[in-house]
Design a protein around this ligand. Structure first.
Ligand code: PGA
Length: 255
């Protein structure tokens, strides 16, 4: 595992975008795993500044709410369209989001894993982490080998996401999420974390026991993980536990 610690959230975007741009330059039809939420936004903004042709890139979103009407601005299909597909110039036909409006969401979940496999798997999966240690919508208790499936959102997650909706009751109660086993099959995991409110859970995930109580702890078992964290989020990481930690000064990342 390599951990980049950078001064600010915006610098997490610069560093992570540099990694992604290098991947796409060497493989123009790379398969990217796309995360929503606040943490990856600086990444997409910084990646848009790179002069790299993204038209052949393929994308798979991590998750989607179940039951929002098609075109709802906070559906992840719409968020991915706005923040990723349009911003980066991806071909919309090459970007997939789980179908949260499907008549049979369970079947849609199974189809999604099959589509990822048909694409040859994910080259780089962008990830954020929730305050309870979730990655995608794999809430605590998720099996470490779980597949893409329908899940119930915890109240903590619904509260965290209420900021995007007019009223907290509007946050859906269910989702389709890539499973932890699905995520672990990506060849490279790129976790982007910022803010002091994530410091405790980041340390637990990277340096605590591997357990479904903290789903992100499964990352410890992956052979190629890059963590990009701002100093506030990295504040509770214990030094010297084996991973490579690179502290990047402001000037090096354009801040
Ligand atoms: P955030 O969400 O980046 O908006 O904090 C992360 C997550 O819940 O996975």
């Amino acid at each position: 595992m390599e951990i980049f610690v950078v001064p600010t959230a915006s610098a997490t975007g610069s560093v992570a975008a540099g990694i992604l741009a290098a991947v796409v330059r060497s493989k123009p039809d790379a398969v990217l795993g796309l995360a929503t939420g606040g943490s990856p936004l600086p990444v997409y903004r910084a990646l848009a500044e790179h002069s790299v042709e993204m038209g052949a890139v393929r994308g798979f979103a991590l998750d989607e709410y179940v039951g929002l009407p098609a075109g709802h601005p906070e559906s992840y299909a719409e968020v991915v369209r706005r923040e990723v597909t349009v911003r980066l110039g991806l071909d919309p036909a090459k970007v997939a989001v789980p179908d949260g409006g499907a008549p049979d969401p369970r079947q849609a979940a199974a189809n999604y894993d099959a589509a990822i496999a048909r694409a040859g798997g994910i080259d780089v999966q962008i990830l954020g982490i929730g305050h309870n240690g979730h990655i995608a919508f794999n809430e605590p208790g998720s099996a470490l080998d779980s597949r893409t499936r329908v899940e119930v959102l915890t109240e903590r997650t619904r509260q965290a996401n209420a900021r995007y909706f007019a009223s907290p009751e509007d946050v859906p109660t269910q989702c389709i999420t890539q499973g932890l086993g699905t995520i672990m099959e990506a060849r490279h995991l790129l976790l982007v974390v910022n803010g002091a409110d994530k410091a405790e859970i980041l340390a637990a995930a990277l340096q605590g026991p591997v357990s479904s109580d903290c789903p992100a702890s499964v990352l410890q078992r992956h052979a190629h993980v890059t963590v990009v964290a701002d100093e506030a989020a990295a504040a509770k990481l214990a030094p010297g536990t084996g991973e490579v930690t690179v502290r990047v000064a402001g000037a090096a990342v354009g801040v």
